[in-house]
Design a protein around this ligand. Structure first.
Ligand SMILES: *[C@@H]1O[C@H](CO)[C@@H](O)[C@H](O)[C@H]1NC(C)=O
Ligand SMILES: *[C@@H]1O[C@H](CO)[C@@H](O)[C@H](O)[C@H]1NC(C)=O
Ligand SMILES: *[C@@H]1O[C@H](CO)[C@@H](O)[C@H](O)[C@H]1NC(C)=O
Length: 501
């Protein structure tokens, strides 16, 4: 008995001294923000001084991919290091009354880090399910603390809500047939509808407090901030409204950037900045159907909802002063690679499941080669019959199927809107993404045995990858039960717990 106690004590003490040396992680995830939306990625008028500072002092990726051109699947992959097909987060996205959610037996980054003594918090847009009595909330997936709207902030009627001061109503109707969007603290509804004008201050204060408390306790921490901001309907409080030259999208982006500035200041003030990896990227491409209120894919083709580059290639920045040298990398990397990288840096165990991510440590710290040579492109509605829509191998990308999307409507490119119906390509359309990142000029195969060989190799790799892909049961196809939606208003059955505010 005595022996066991001593052993435990020793273990705790070890863990504690180890803890002081473990790096902290701040993971920033933008919403519907495209390759061309940041100042540091070439947007002429976006005002993103803090992200630009991270880019100037950190590593900027030019070839970084999310795994899906829509929200929920992209988030599932980010947090699990696995393609969304495995966890069943398809087709499309989850809704307030969805019966399914990210299965609780999936291991998130938070759950990977917790055994190493990490404090964990999420703020903002979860969108991996709510479920009966909130059983899929972040607090059930390894996060000690959560403050946020648990899905997209347009998933509720918004025509009567204020998006900009003093009382500019949100643009459009949003989703009429469900409850007003709630602001949740852990598993309790704090406010319904959420007050968009004060939301960012609440997030910023919550995150600042979390960093300060963890730093004081010398506890390593993981902060995950998936922001709602640049998603429709854009909103901003007094400090950002009207302050950018870019209208509602620019103001929303500026408000997100302001919070990033607050977080950086807090990391500096608490003395942990040199021991913290800050990583920024986005969930999917811009929602072009919102026209000038939507984001920009820059020179990339189409946007949200499509498997063209504009749907899934994202801006990304890794910042860690003293450890990551400032610069630009053209190596291929993905949101899938974040879990294995954080796990390695924290000395944490990888989950015993098929992972699709690779460790980026050498790429980040030594500017080494990426271990990633391929990227799979699944559509919003993946299924085993069609398989991959596209595959990138090295600099080449082959499209087996192409299709436009409602989300990518309104641009002059006829391939982007929903009217561009599903088209099979045999032989596949082949592009060289280095000389033609815009996917404008399919490579002619006639008289080019070298390119035919490339295609054959791609077909082989595709067959190998697809052979390892076990589709998880679809969580979205479990359907919705409107009575599951979180509610603390008199019009509905109150659940989970209401407004202790
Ligand atoms: C989670 O449980 C489901 C249902 O039992 C199973 O099919 C799936 O493979 C499990 N996933 C993991 C990652 O263990
Ligand atoms: C919108 O708000 C106004 C004022 O608060 C209220 O009178 C009106 O009924 C609301 N309209 C809808 C459709 O909810
Ligand atoms: C971080 O490292 C830089 C460069 O070595 C140093 O100037 C700075 O004081 C350090 N900051 C903190 C908070 O330790």
């Amino acid at each position: 008995m005595k022996h066991v106690c001593l052993g435990l004590l020793f273990f705790t003490a070890c863990l504690h001294s180890l803890c002081a040396a473990l790096p902290n992680f701040v993971l920033l995830f933008a919403d519907d923000l495209g390759f061309g939306d940041l100042g540091c990625f070439g947007h002429p008028v976006s005002l993103t001084p803090n992200l630009d500072r991270l880019a100037a002092g950190g590593l900027r990726f030019t070839d970084f991919y999310s795994t899906s051109p829509v929200c929920s699947p992209s988030r599932a992959s980010l947090l699990t290091g696995r393609y969304q097909t495995r966890s069943g987060i398809y087709p499309g996205v989850l809704y307030p009354g969805s019966i399914g959610g990210l299965p609780l037996n999936e291991t998130t980054i938070a759950e990977v880090l917790k055994p190493m003594g990490y404090a964990t918090a999420a703020i903002g847009k979860w969108h991996l399910g709510f479920g009966a009595k909130g059983k899929f909330l972040p607090t059930k997936q390894g996060f000690d603390h959560y403050l946020g709207i648990p899905y997209s902030h347009d998933m509720g009627p918004c025509w009567n809500l204020t998006c900009f001061p003093p009382d500019v109503k949100c643009f459009g109707l949003c989703d009429a047939g469900t409850v007003l969007v709630p602001l949740m603290h852990n598993e309790i509804i704090k406010q319904q509808p959420a007050n968009f004008l004060e939301l960012e201050k609440a997030y910023s204060d919550f995150a600042t407090d979390f960093i300060s408390t963890s730093a004081q306790k010398k506890q390593p921490f993981f902060l995950y901030y998936p922001s709602h901001h640049t998603h429709y309907p854009q909103y901003a409080g007094v400090d950002a409204a009207g302050k950018s030259l870019r209208g509602p999208y620019g103001d929303a982006l500026l408000e997100f950037d302001n919070t990033i500035g607050n977080l950086m200041k807090t990391l500096e003030k608490t003395g942990v900045i040199n021991n913290t990896l800050v990583f920024f990227t986005s969930d999917n491409g811009p929602e072009l159907m919102r026209m000038s209120r939507g984001g920009s894919a820059g020179l990339l083709k189409c946007g949200k909802g499509t498997t063209y580059e504009g749907g899934m290639r994202e801006p990304a920045i890794a910042y860690w002063p003293g450890t990551i040298r400032p610069g630009v990398t053209h190596e291929m990397a993905s949101t899938l690679d974040i879990l294995p990288t954080f796990a390695n840096l924290a000395g944490a165990k990888l989950p015993q499941v098929t992972l699709d991510g690779v460790d980026m440590t050498s790429l980040l710290v030594n500017r080494g080669k990426s271990e990633r040579n391929t990227m799979m492109f699944y559509p919003t509605d993946p299924n085993e019959m069609y398989g991959l829509f596209a595959l990138r191998m090295g600099k080449y990308k082959a499209h087996f199927y192409t299709r436009g999307a409602t989300h990518s409507g309104t641009t002059p490119d006829k391939d982007c809107p929903v009217f561009a119906v599903l088209k099979a390509h045999d032989p596949p359309l082949l592009f060289d993404l280095e000389t033609d990142p815009s996917e404008n000029y399919p490579l002619p195969l006639i008289g080019r045995p070298d390119l035919k060989a490339v295609l054959e190799k791609i077909q082989k790799v595709k067959a190998q990858l697809e052979a390892t892909m076990v589709f998880g049961e679809s969580q979205v196809d479990k359907g919705t039960d409107p009575s599951l939606a979180p509610c603390c208003n008199p019009e509905c059955q109150q659940k989970p717990k209401c407004c202790q505010c």
